[in-house]
Write a protein of this length. Structure first.
Length: 488
């Protein structure tokens, strides 16, 4: 048996923290029983706080997530982690009201049951007013068109536009992709970015019928299931706090902030990590939980073929603008959670969340003497092909967002408080060839051993996907714990 295995995790976002958590014992560590299980881990975070894109701000007296605002709790890795950290009782559901699309000059209801814009019911689509008569007829053509075999790595557009026509593609598919990936369907790989759609389309003649059959085949649950997407009382930063707390109580774990890694070099049988804000670190294994563009630079000296592979993963920037209004200034919010904007509308907004409507728990505990609760609106800007926001200063950006809130919702009043958060190069784009790039990176990282990649840039952009990847990477590293530690 070998001695303690030393692991460096570069990047202190949720992917890096969750990887470190599982490395030192996972649920055992969270219950105070973890001693590292033969692993000593150091998390190196360049920023002044851990958590990465997960962050919050208090705007108008309401604390709002300014990055991700929901967790796919039906995913096993997410549900297990929340339970391990003792946060189950703090899960909070969304209001359950529907969402809208700002299309053709009005807020129109988003038809329920759609998967990346592919409807499983046609009549709600007709009633929504999103499509003209020809667009509705064209969408129904999916029922009679012959099966189109899939080959290679098709884009989402190559699968969906021929099946449902331009209006469904422009008015449903594209805005939903903007909300999830900040991406464009003509560039994103269906296999990598919309695997559910790809699987339904593969070998089937009609996507509509495949979705409808899936819905009718599902047995109703014995009891009402909890929503698939949930948040946490106090914000998703509670997840970060929980992970950091466990690591802080584990003697074999260290989390350093303000620690910028500048190089990884082979050293003895392992690696030497150097940079600013920490002493050189000699380790046996390195987990890069950074964006692909940062991983590429660090991998270049030690695994150039892996660096070449991840260099091909593009990123785009996004920003959120959170505004708090008095109810009188807003003049009423539609009954729903928010809206998305099709790129064909040529607007700055990608989407808008009516935060205090979507998440009623944000107003829990508010004193009755505090007056009417504010209306908090969270606007999202930035997607592939539209980075106009990045050239605006905060004042210009807020003015542009308010102009579009006036046009879409009739909000003409002055906000009581505003918060802007910019996330340049934050959203990875799983473009055509993404799966090939990952396979090339995996092959390149097999030799030299001890280098691993995890995070949103690789096998899923959502928090739940990142947590699943972190658990899998930690298991792969832990599989090496029993191997003899090479002599320095």
């Amino acid at each position: 048996m070998g001695g303690t295995r030393r692991v460096a995790v570069i990047g202190g976002g949720v992917s890096g923290l969750a990887t470190a958590y599982h490395l030192v014992g996972g649920s055992d560590a969270s219950q105070g029983a973890g001693d590292g299980h033969g692993v000593a881990v150091t998390v190196l975070e360049a920023g002044d706080r851990p958590g990465g894109k997960i962050d919050s701000a208090t705007v108008g007296g309401v604390t709002v997530d300014t990055g991700p605002d929901a967790l796919m709790i039906k995913a096993p890795a997410a549900a297990e982690l929340v339970a391990d950290l003792g946060l189950d009782d703090d899960l909070r559901p969304p209001s359950g009201r529907g969402a809208y699309l700002w299309s053709k000059g009005a807020l129109r209801p988003l038809p329920p049951g759609s998967v990346f814009g592919v409807p499983d019911k046609l009549w709600p689509l007709l009633r929504s007013g999103l499509l003209g008569p020809w667009g509705f007829v064209r969408a129904g053509a999916d029922l009679v068109l012959p099966r189109a075999p899939l080959s290679g790595d098709p884009t989402i557009e190559e699968i969906l536009r021929p099946r449902f026509g331009t209006q469904v593609f422009d008015r449903l598919v594209e805005p939903l992709l903007g909300g999830v990936h900040a991406g464009r369907a003509g560039r994103l790989s269906a296999r990598s970015a919309a695997g559910e759609v790809f699987s339904l389309a593969e070998g089937r003649r009609s996507l509509y019928l495949a979705l409808r059959n899936r819905r009718t085949d599902q047995r109703p649950p014995a009891s009402p299931p909890r929503p698939a997407l949930m948040s946490l009382r106090g914000g998703l930063g509670r997840l970060v706090d929980g992970l950091v707390g466990v690591l802080g109580r584990t003697p074999s774990a260290t989390v350093l902030t303000g620690a910028t890694v500048t190089s990884i070099a082979r050293h003895g049988g392992g690696y030497r990590i150097t940079g600013d804000g920490f002493e050189p670190l000699d380790v046996d294994d390195v987990v890069l939980a950074t964006p692909a563009w940062a991983a590429e630079k660090l991998l270049r000296p030690v695994a150039p073929s892996a660096a070449d592979a991840v260099k091909g993963i593009p990123y785009v920037g996004v920003a959120t603008v959170v505004l708090a209004y008095s109810p009188e200034a807003v003049g009423g919010v539609p009954s729903g959670t928010g809206f998305l904007v099709p790129p064909v509308e040529r607007r700055l907004l990608v989407g808008c969340t009516w935060s205090t409507s979507k998440w009623p728990h944000l107003l829990e505990g508010r004193s009755p003497d505090a007056g009417d609760p504010p209306v908090v609106i969270r606007a999202m800007v930035g997607r592939d092909g539209d980075q106009a926001w990045s050239g605006m200063d905060d004042a210009v950006l807020v003015t542009a967002v308010r102009r579009e809130l006036a046009a879409s919702m009739g909000v003409h009043g002055e906000p009581d408080a505003v918060h802007v958060r910019r996330l340049p190069l934050a959203m990875p784009q799983y473009t055509v060839g993404h799966a090939d790039r990952l396979r090339a990176a995996d092959r390149a990282l097999a030799e030299p051993p001890g280098l691993y990649l995890t995070g949103a840039g690789y096998r899923g952009v959502g928090l739940a996907a990142c947590l699943a990847q972190a658990k899998n990477v930690a298991a792969a590293v832990r599989a090496r714990v029993a191997e003899p530690v090479p002599a320095a």
